[in-house]
Write a new protein. Sequence first.
Length: 370
Amino acid sequence: MNKRIGLISACAHRLYLYRPELFDSLKEAGYDVTVFGPEPQAMGEEWLSPHGIVYVQLPLARRSVNPLAEHKAKRLLIETVKRQRIGLLYTYGIRFAPLANNAARSAGVPCMNVINGLGSLFITQGARGAVLRALVLPYIRLSLGYSSRLVFQNQDDRALFTSLRLGNAARYMSVRGSGVNVERFPVFPLPKERIFGYVSRLNPEKGIDELLRAFENVLKTWPDARLRLAGELDGIAPETKALLDRLCAEGAADYLGEISDVPSFLKTVRYFVFPSYREGTPRATLEAMSCGRPVITTDATGCRETVTDGDNGLLVKARDERSLREAMLRLCEDDAMTERMGRRSREMAEESFDVFAVNRALIGEIQTLY
């Protein structure tokens, strides 16, 4: 009988699209998977059932915490673990890690938490951010004390958890992000046109406001430059949406919405831009690197793991439109540097971010816990 893992994510319905190699590697190692997430049952089944993955909806919101809903979700999680004889819970992100650890403890199974970004908890600034952390961190500290393994995708997050005494440091491990399949994301020749690409949620925390304003100013120097964007609209301000619409109407930008064929998208762009405020290790950047694209990203947690400034791309200040604009102009002005950085991106993807090496490390840990 195959062993079963319960995998929990705030974006559960896209997991197979993003990480097919992990599911395939788990299957080869003798594991079946049940995925838990907040999306409607029909949506999760549509995306996951064709791949032999069971989906169970957790009645939770991605960005808010309702104690009654959390309790109901915990009971459902425990019941499903016992009914399906799930032997290990595995989470992505900080949102559902406390819930999963508490449920795992009650059900008597281990729990492995991948910290692939800390989101609004540490991005939110000022008094609001301080109050948020003061309220949430004690609960997280308590629940992560039950974690069997905390997996970090960058050294900054690991150091932060150590300083805040979150979880048991003896149970920490690190991997190089989620990795990238260099065969699924092959090298493409760089287009001659000055086309910038962005693939991710169009969300303020991903730097979409700064990107659009910086690009608008790049057009003053390079009126033939273009910007292509793909991903769901996610909480952007009305003025940001208005700027995006205007750039598209003028033919300077092209917004494609959500896409499934990322390699074909990356084939069409010369430069990749990802000005996020904070990440685990951004998958989108690794995919662009694998396709041989120079990368502009922020000198921020997670993002700086993917770029050596001046080698395979340029690092800019987070939340800084001017710094981003100057980097975009530098690439437009220097074709030789652009081509050299693109070659280095591919080399780094092959040498340091191989998805199969990451998966071997993760499954090796799972096997010690199951």
